[in-house]
Design a protein around this ligand. Structure first.
Ligand SMILES: *Cc1c(COP(=O)(O)O)cnc(C)c1O
Length: 231
């Protein structure tokens, strides 16, 4: 099972490379975040040995155990943020992809303390899927205005999760929309490093790269299927 991780990692990198080639993009411009939620630390060691250094986690407590033994990796928080977990997130992660409220932004900013600024992405619910979190696209301006002055946060761009669909035209449509929103926001605000699009998972990596993704978040295709989590 562990050997599979390195094979899988190679295959995912091939997927990224092939999609980039097809769309005239440079594979080096798409960062791979290996989503290791629910997976044992041995699998992360295996991935690290193969050069993977960026990991994504959704559950704070599980993640802390891994961060403690792999502090040299870069850690991305990609799950829903509960207010009572912001302190742990602010102190232990390098990136947050799932910022979806001004209140949480203020808490993260305050709790980040003296560390280098936390990289944050605003999660946008482009598919308007009621089951997904994320801000509505038409509120992005207002939220950006309220959080752009927070000095311990570095606003890096946008993130989305598309609805669970195999319909490729829908995937493309949602990702293209996120890309367009990023462009619109950049034309209105001068935020120096607001240039990242975190989009694309195992099911829709190719569509995401076609539409300009700069960070893909891949779990299943690297670490295998997850058991559904009882919570
Ligand atoms: C679990 C998760 C992923 C990875 O999904 P896979 O389908 O396993 O690749 C990506 N992004 C978020 C926000 C997730 O929660």
């Amino acid at each position: 099972m562990l050997n599979l991780v390195s094979d899988n990692l190679l295959r995912v990198k091939e997927r990224i490379k092939t999609a980039c080639l097809k769309h005239g993009r440079n594979a080096g411009d798409v960062k791979l975040v290996a989503v290791s939620k629910t997976k044992p630390i041995e699998m992360l060691y295996m991935a690290m040995e193969k050069g993977q250094s960026e990991f994504g986690e959704n559950y704070v407590q599980d993640a802390l155990a891994k961060i403690n033994v792999l502090p040299q990796a870069t850690w991305h928080f990609i799950g829903n943020i509960q207010s009572n977990k912001t302190q742990l997130i602010a102190n232990n992660f390098n990136w947050v992809h799932s910022l979806a409220s001004v209140k949480v932004a203020r808490r993260l900013n305050k709790q980040r303390g003296t560390k280098e600024p936390l990289n944050v992405l605003l999660q946008v619910n482009v598919s308007k899927d009621p089951a997904k979190t994320g801000i509505r696209a038409d509120t992005a301006n207002q939220i950006l205005e309220e959080i752009q002055g927070l000095e311990n946060l570095k606003l890096r761009g946008l993130m989305t999760i598309t609805e669970n669909t195999e319909d490729q035209s829908k995937q493309h449509q949602h990702f293209a929309r996120l890309s367009q929103i990023l462009e619109e926001l950049n034309s209105q605000y001068s935020l120096p490093d607001f240039n990242q699009l975190s989009m694309g998972m195992t099911r829709d990596l190719e569509a995401a790269i076609a539409e300009g993704s700069t960070i893909v978040r891949i779990g299943t295709d690297i670490f295998g299927a997850r058991e559904t989590r009882a919570r």
